[in-house]
Design a protein around this ligand. Structure first.
Ligand code: TXA
Ligand code: MG
Length: 323
């Protein structure tokens, strides 16, 4: 299902038919690609868990066409949910709300809450509008591995088992949505993304920036996640310049030091996020013994990227984590 420049209505209808048949469909979003199924069909939802190799108690995000659909999935919806949706949807913000009793626990991993998001991608929005229901979709990668930011990445993950792909080209943002828990007060950020904390705090002054032990489970918040196979170690610029031997590849900021193999990403948090997962995949494919990653600026702009890197370091190498 490769997309021509002007996506035809027929392609969207084909995608809708796949979902209605209870089959899996790969969908583009502005954050990362999703592995989608009809959220109202338990057998279809179970196929997601099987293909990803994801434990059944890890909840999925349900993607919806707009905020009017929130009450199909959630109850006791606080006003702030609508104000956030108005400002950030379609966009990279997932709201955790109390689930509607009608919603199957297959999709919520057995929890009494539900994650809802309206993604900002024209193809997927058209699909959601035509489908009418909710679409459950985790990132389209095997459990614990790097999220895909292009259709090629998804095919590299699942090979011959790749479901039909709605190809929307490269994702514009590149890391997963910000998750805010509104199921209890005060609200909390469960997973940082590209939306800056101040923008959320402008609407929720009591917002807490991190999850606590009693927060609902977020698999993206496991200490080991988003990981390449090659061990990652954090390094200073000086270490990168002086020490990189042949069997090491580097992920540098702005410029690649002379004589060193690897990739440089811009020293701008959004541009870095856009390139991060693709860079990690390419570095993983270079068959080095280690990836040396240049330390990032420490400030709020980098919160989402720093979160993913911390987990990727742990996931790729539970032992050593710096040079
Ligand atoms: O940007 C994104 O959010 C992407 C795209 C495809 O929309 N999706 C994504 O899905 O990252 P996934 O499943 O890889 O990560 C979603 C996170 C998981 O960590 C999951 O545990 C959490 O959302 N989540 C979903 N429903 C939840 C709930 N009811 N309570 C707490 N966490 C929830
Ligand atoms: Mg994921």
């Amino acid at each position: 299902m490769r997309m021509p420049e002007n996506t035809s209505q027929q392609t969207i209808q084909e995608g809708v038919a796949v979902l209605r048949n209870g089959a899996l469909l790969v969908i583009p979003t502005e954050t990362v690609y999703g592995l989608a199924a009809d959220a109202g069909n338990d057998a279809a939802v179970q196929k997601i868990f099987r293909l990803k190799g994801r434990p059944a108690d890890h909840p999925l995000i349900v993607h919806i066409a707009d905020a009017t659909k929130i009450t199909d999935w959630a109850i006791d919806v606080p006003d702030i949910a609508y104000r956030l949706a108005e400002q950030f949807w379609p966009g990279p913000l997932t709201l955790i709300l109390k689930k509607h009793p009608r919603v199957s626990t297959a999709v919520t991993g057995g929890q009494d809450t539900i994650g809802l998001r309206c993604p900002d991608n024209p193809l997927t929005l058209a699909l959601l509008r035509a489908f009418g229901g909710g679409v459950a979709a985790p990132s389209a990668n095997r459990f614990g591995r790097i999220s895909p930011t292009s259709a090629e990445h998804v095919r590299a993950e699942f090979g011959q088992n790749t479901p039909p792909v709605l190809d929307g080209g490269p994702c514009t943002l590149g890391i997963e949505s910000t998750i805010v828990d509104l199921s209890r007060m005060p609200p909390r950020v469960l997973r940082p993304g590209t939306i800056r904390l101040e923008r959320l705090k402008a609407l929720m002054p009591d917002l807490l920036a991190t999850a606590d032990a009693t927060s609902p489970r977020v698999s993206g918040a496991l200490e080991a996640h988003y990981a390449p196979v090659t061990p990652i170690q954090l390094c200073s610029r000086t270490q990168l310049q002086t020490a990189a031997p042949d069997n090491v590849v580097v992920l540098a900021l702005e410029t690649l030091p002379a004589g060193v193999r690897g990739i440089a990403l811009p020293a701008d948090a959004d541009a870095y996020a856009h390139g991060l997962y693709s860079a990690l995949r390419q570095l993983d494919d270079m068959n080095a013994q280690a990836i040396w990653l240049e330390s990032l600026p420490v400030n709020e702009d980098w919160a989402g990227v720093a979160d993913r890197i911390r987990r990727a370091v742990t996931g790729s190498n539970p032992g050593i984590s710096s040079c």
